[in-house]
Design a protein around this ligand. Structure first.
Ligand SMILES: [Zn+2]
Length: 482
């Protein structure tokens, strides 16, 4: 059945060219594979496809520290030895390496998430998809877990300009620590993260009893899990918890983090979810009919990430995709079966016993029962929009038109709107791969140096909201809006 939802999809053909370095498990190239399947399954004809306007410095400052942004902007592989103190201070170097075009990469994925938020604010779409986004570990002045700029926090801040309550749901296998921490002390954002917890698994936060602070007490929901989660075990917790969250919290908009490292067979993950089980979580949330910003996230077996996100794009659009993959530019990545749903081998023993899951569910429900219902939060002051209503209107392309191929305007020029602005359409054709996977001597999964490095466990920083310059502190923004 075709969906009646108005779906907007953000993609920038540049994103797949960024390269974290030899052997690094995070491969932006996976986004090319994803987009290629989306295109060749014919899904682009069923939604509006946009190339994002890269986020500008001023937008990043809504959450991140000025000196951290300046550092990201100026550091390069060639000059990084001149920045040793900053590399240490901002935790850049190992998990989060310096690579060519790093700042631009951040601008692109963040511009798409903020652009998606603006679309939802103006009700120009029911669902916005940005598989490039979802970098949930980044902190105010610290890179973490392959993430530099936290596009999710910035998108939520944008949504809070128009919405009283935002629900954030995170099914990545890692705790959504950066987002939780940013909104720890407010009841205007309720975060729910289901993740592996314990055994020193990154990032080490997200235990059941960590549930927020001050006015935000109870509004951070953590579901700590053990290795081997199956679809059945996941559903057992996810549905009742999320149903109760929706009943009590009544969010006006949902941000859904679709990290694909919770799938079976991931290089860093240890769950046994199938794509169907993964997508069912998203579908469960969509059925409430609340506008949703859908973001990517982790996912380190890149052909499966592409399968999963293409499949989920199809589900969002109400399309059941055929199991035989369409011909595409990256065919070899899907060998040997060339199927959308290759057989899933549950390779990890499920350590989540029935008793454990039942106890966990009871505790989660008890915590949720203590939440007070929403009280119609008044807007004391609403900060200016990132785009004006007219500009948003101006960026609406006529249906069926293709982007003309002109590169996006310079990121920091400060100009908005127009055909090249945030809403400029992306070429409907999958990018040709002219500067393709071999440009950096890597060919995705099969490359010669594809050893996944373990994520190092980093201590939590002391609280991202402390010490922000006046007027830019998101906590102040939140206080102003209460
Ligand atoms: Zn992850």
């Amino acid at each position: 059945m075709e969906s009646k939802k108005r779906v907007a999809y953000f993609y920038d053909p540049e994103i797949g060219s960024y390269y974290y370095g030899p052997g690094h498990p995070m491969k932006p190239h996976r986004l090319r594979l994803t987009h290629s399947l989306v295109i060749h399954y014919g899904l682009a004809n069923l939604m509006e496809v946009y190339r994002p306007r890269p986020a500008v410095e001023r937008e990043l400052q809504a959450f991140h520290a000025d000196d951290y942004i300046h550092f990201l902007k100026s550091v390069t592989p060639d000059n990084k030895d001149e920045h040793l103190e900053q590399l240490r201070r901002f935790c850049v170097g190992e998990d989060c390496p310096v690579f060519t075009g790093l700042y631009r990469y951040c601008q692109i994925y963040t511009g798409a998430s903020i652009g998606g938020a603006v679309k939802l604010n103006y009700r120009n779409a029911d669902v916005v998809v940005n598989w490039m986004g979802g970098l949930h570990h980044a902190k105010k002045a610290e890179a973490s877990g392959f993430c530099y700029i936290n596009d999710i926090v910035l998108a939520i801040l944008e949504l809070l300009k128009h919405h009283a309550r935002v629900l954030y749901v995170d099914i990545d296998i890692h705790h959504g620590d950066g987002v939780e921490e940013a909104f720890l002390a407010t009841d205007r954002v309720l975060t729910v993260s289901l993740h592996k917890f314990g055994d020193g698994f990154f990032p080490g936060t997200g235990d059941l009893h960590n549930c927020g602070q001050g006015r935000g007490k109870g509004y951070s929901v953590n579901v700590p899990l053990k290795d081997g989660m199956t679809d059945e075990a996941y559903t057992f917790l996810f549905r009742p918890v999320m149903r109760r969250v929706m009943e009590i919290y009544q969010p006006e908009v949902i941000v859904f983090h679709t990290g694909a490292d919770s799938l079976a067979g991931d290089r860093l993950g240890a769950f046994n979810l199938t794509m169907k089980g993964h997508a069912d979580c998203q579908q469960f949330m969509l059925q409430f009919g609340v506008p949703m910003l859908v973001l990517g996230g982790g996912g380190y077996k890149i052909n499966n990430v592409a399968r999963c996100w293409a499949y989920e794009t199809g589900r969002i659009l109400g399309q059941e995709l055929g199991d035989e993959l369409p011909e595409n530019e990256y065919q070899d990545a899907f060998a040997p079966d060339f199927r959308l749903h290759p057989p899933v081998r549950a390779e990890v023993e499920n350590l989540n016993t029935r008793e454990y899951l039942q106890q966990l569910l009871s505790k989660l429900m008890a915590n949720l029962s203590r939440l007070r219902p929403p009280d119609g939060v008044p807007f004391a002051e609403r900060p200016p929009d990132t785009l004006s209503a007219d500009e948003v209107e101006a960026q609406q392309p006529p249906r069926g038109h293709l982007w003309d191929g002109t590169p996006a305007a310079d990121a920091d020029s400060g100009s908005y709107g127009g055909a090249r602005g945030r809403g400029a359409r992306v070429d409907m054709a999958a990018d040709s791969g002219a500067d393709g996977p071999d440009m950096h001597g890597r060919a995705g999964e099969g490359g010669g140096n594809a050893v996944a490095r373990p994520l190092k466990a980093l201590a939590l920083n002391g609280g991202s909201l402390v010490g922000a310059p006046p007027g830019r502190d998101p906590a102040a923004l939140l206080r102003a809006m209460r």
